[in-house]
Design a binder for this molecule. Sequence first.
Ligand code: MTE
Ligand code: MO
Length: 200
Amino acid sequence: MSNLARMKTPVFWAEGHPGELDRESWEIEVSGLCQKPTVLSWDDIINMPRTIAEARLTSVTRWSVNGDWGGVKLSDILDLVEASPDVEYIRFWSVGKIYDTSIPVEIARKERTLLAYEFDGQLLDEDYGGPIRAFVPYLWGYKSAKSVVKIELMDHYVPGYWEKRGYTDHARIEAGRVLDVNTGKIRPIPDGEVKEFLDQ
Ligand SMILES: Nc1nc2c(c(=O)[nH]1)N[C@H]1C(S)=C(S)[C@@H](COP(=O)(O)O)O[C@H]1N2
Ligand SMILES: [Mo]
């Protein structure tokens, strides 16, 4: 059992669980405002430099889980496709293309923003957004789209699945208390969970 499952990390699939997904044939289309739109295969992604970010996924429903998220920096992907200087937002689409969400390019470029494929050294399964998901520890978890199939480089903002249903567009993590999934205890987050990262 994966560490995420063992800790009983909640499994959110607002659009419905996608069922079994094939890792080896996974592809992510990267398109929009860039010089070199491309389709990245599973092999392409795992052969890119890997970054491990020890960080939390923090849900607006007030829980968070910490661990070693591993994957490729989104910034490296933006460089690979030669993102246009006009890009302002990065839009993620999950498998089935019902769930989408967008983040500002400044957040996309931060060092802990990943296309993640592992947690604590274990490959992500379908429950937790495998084969590959967005991991954006700087913002509420609804920006961390699971099982990503498409990344669009945009010069404008489009509200995503949850943003259209009332969650904030900026998704700034608010001060308060969350359930720490790792310990089962309540964890105060007086400055929002990732103030220290945002100041970097
Ligand atoms: N495709 C998809 N991605 C999603 C969601 C979803 O419902 N569908 N939920 C989001 C929310 S609200 C959170 S908090 C995290 C939860 O991730 P987990 O289900 O892996 O714990 O995934 C985000 N990504
Ligand atoms: Mo969430």
